[in-house]
Design a protein around this ligand. Structure first.
Ligand code: CP
Ligand code: NVA
Length: 310
């Protein structure tokens, strides 16, 4: 196996390394506070480096935060949507990985198939970053922990409740519970319960994880409530339609927030659907951290990029 520093999943990287990535991202954020976004960081650790970003599925935050982050670190990016590549015409991800590795210094992939990411990693000779798959979203989790800590202090010992579909983002929150020491509760319908493998791994690595069907029960005494779209990009439309009734009891609204600690915060990776997984009152209200969370994608990503390539 290569010595390359791939950023693939929160359960695959040493906890101290993850903490170092966050510290680096946060220090860079603080150092450039108030400066124009186009201004480069004081040091430019990625000068001369090129990141290819492959998007099999759409993105706003991941695309722009990686692009701006790479520039601030002195590097450059190439954005490749799926129809820019030869994948749809039968070229394999293995061959794409071999070729891209000859041109660029790192590859970020967003795809609805985690197997596609595995194939890329197996054949790339440069670091690979998971920019979201159907299974996980580790870059998001790094920004989320940074945001939680900025607003509520050390993640360790806090109670985080996930309400809704036990999806890819939930898996990364579960992994993070073992790495960053917060307690994780997941309120999900039985048919949309979170990855049993992730739950088992987190418990084996010291995390306290509760899985329940009752959102009210889970939220009681929580520091942070998290939700996400009821239908993810990898879900088919039909199963998406069926989810709305199933997930209605997991909507994060004022009544549900009232069960949490009085100063509990709300987080959501975005894009959000007001009136579905969260009400406008909550996401646009004073307890919502979503804009800081979106901004922190940039700062956390810079920690990730520096770790992979520095
Ligand atoms: N949260 C997130 O990953 O957003 P995008 O899908 O816009 O990248
Ligand atoms: N669970 C969502 C997250 C989007 C950033 C999805 O996969 O579509």
């Amino acid at each position: 196996m290569s010595q390359l520093r791939h950023f693939l999943d929160i359960d695959q990287i040493d906890g101290a390394e993850l903490r170092g990535i966050l510290d680096n991202g946060k220090a860079r954020k603080d150092a450039r506070a108030g400066q124009p976004k186009g201004k480069l960081d004081e040091d430019q650790p990625l000068a001369g480096k090129v990141l290819a970003m492959v998007f099999i599925q759409p993105s706003t935050r991941t695309r722009v935060s990686f692009d701006v982050g790479m520039r601030q670190l002195g590097g450059e990016t190439i954005v490749l949507n799926s129809d820019d590549l030869q994948l749809d015409r039968g070229e394999t991800m293995a061959d794409t990985a071999r070729v891209l590795s000859r041109y660029v210094d790192a590859i970020m992939l967003r795809t609805k198939s985690h197997e596609m990411l595995d194939e890329l990693v197996q054949h790339a000779t440069v670091p690979v970053i998971n920019g979201l798959t159907d299974a996980s979203h580790p870059c998001q989790l790094m920004a989320d922990v940074m945001t939680l800590e900025e607003h509520r202090g050390a993640a360790e010992g806090q109670v985080v409740t996930w309400a809704g579909d036990g999806n890819n983002v939930a898996t990364s929150w579960i992994h993070g519970a073992a790495q960053f020491g917060y307690e994780m509760r997941l309120a999900c319908p039985e048919t949309l319960s979170p990855s049993a493998r992730a739950v088992q791994w987190a418990r084996e690595n010291g995390a306290t994880i509760t899985v329940t069907e009752s959102a009210e029960e889970a939220v009681r005494g929580s520091d942070c409530i998290v939700s996400d779209a009821w239908v993810s990009m990898h879900d088919d439309e039909e199963s998406g339609r069926q989810r709305h009734n199933l997930l209605a009891p997991y909507q994060v609204n004022d009544q549900l927030m009232a069960q949490a600690k009085a100063d509990a915060v709300f987080m959501h990776c975005l894009p959000a659907h007001r009136g579905e997984e969260v009400t406008a009152d909550v996401i646009d209200g004073p307890r919502s951290l979503v804009w800081d969370e979106a901004e922190n994608r940039l700062h956390a990503q810079k920690g990730i990029l520096t770790w992979c390539l520095g």
